[in-house]
Design a protein around this ligand. Structure first.
Ligand code: SF4
Length: 297
């Protein structure tokens, strides 16, 4: 954020960061549903500023959805109010990204690259997006390392959580031979205090359909803290069967994820100690209910 002036001199790099939120929750931006990452990282930060600048007056909120992004504009217009009117000039002009970057290049002499989090799963969802990201990681190995770090933390707690559906950012970096990114990532990992986490995950039966899936809830709790080496030794002393996953992560598994409902998963894993202990209210009762003999026969 630049300082509050028409001639800013300072850039404040601290404050809310989506990556911090993701790490403390041990999760990743979700491809499905509403883009909550964007709501948190942009909407929640901008809304108070807009409210302060417009001070109750009517205003147009200009958004740069490009030609071809009419659906995004339609979705955004749902948030119009008596005061706020979304305005999408690029759609009116028929300008797409290429037209915009050409214009910027004409005016400034520079070609502007797309701005996005370095760990954006939406940017990784297409071949051209992944190609652009690899080029970005080549220029900014720290951004690549951070993406790998986020993915590793989330994946440690849930083997299915990766930044690329059916693959992973780790595989992308590996295939592209980005050794500098991998070196930064290893250094980042080695530098962090670690913890042994106990992870329990539960998918309930739907309350509406007896054979349907209900809510999935997770409980994450650190049971020991120390260096990576200490925690690796500590994990060996935890109960459960040792399982070396295809993701290269070792877990001590008490209950493997099942397909029957309620579905339960319970394991210990070593992970950088960046994730906060968390369980949704009522989790322990649900867990007890689901693990009781009466339910499991
Ligand atoms: S750039 Fe991607 S990850 Fe970052 S807030 Fe936007 S949609 Fe979410």
């Amino acid at each position: 954020m630049l300082d509050d002036s028409t001639t800013p001199q300072r850039l404040y790099v601290d404050g809310y960061k989506l990556s911090d939120e993701m790490l403390s929750a041990g999760t990743l931006p979700q491809l499905g549903g509403a883009r909550m990452c964007s709501v948190h990282a942009k909407g929640n930060c901008l809304d108070p500023i807009i409210a302060s600048v417009t001070a109750g007056r009517r205003y147009r909120h200009v958004l740069g959805f490009e030609a071809g992004e009419r659906a995004r504009a339609t979705k955004d217009a749902v948030f119009n109010t008596e005061r706020r009117t979304g305005w999408y000039p690029l759609l009116e002009w028929g300008w797409d990204r290429t037209r915009c970057t050409d214009f910027i290049a004409e005016v400034t002499g520079r070609r502007w690259s797309k701005s996005a989090c370095g760990f954006c799963p939406f940017a990784m969802a297409t071949a051209s997006g992944r190609h652009a990201l690899v080029e970005r990681y080549r220029r900014e190995p720290h951004a690549g390392a951070q993406a790998l770090f986020l993915e590793f933390v989330a994946r440690s707690l849930n083997e299915r959580q990766t930044l690329i559906a059916g693959g992973s950012a780790a595989e992308l970096v590996d295939a592209a031979g980005l050794t500098e990114v991998q070196a930064h990532y290893e250094a980042l990992l080695a530098d962090k205090p670690h913890a042994v986490y106990e992870v329990r995950r539960l998918t309930r039966r739907s309350s509406k359909r007896t054979d349907g899936r209900g809510i999935t809830a997770r409980s994450v709790r650190a049971v020991a803290h120390g260096t990576r080496e200490q925690m690796t030794r500590q994990l060996a002393a935890q109960p459960g069967d040792r399982h070396d996953g295809p993701d290269g992560i070792t877990r001590h598994v008490l209950r493997a994820r099942g397909t029957e409902l309620p579905s339960l998963e319970h394991f210990y894993v070593v992970c950088p100690a960046v994730v906060e202990d968390k369980a949704r209210p009522g989790f322990d009762e649900w867990w007890q209910e689901a693990t009781s003999d009466a339910v499991l026969f």
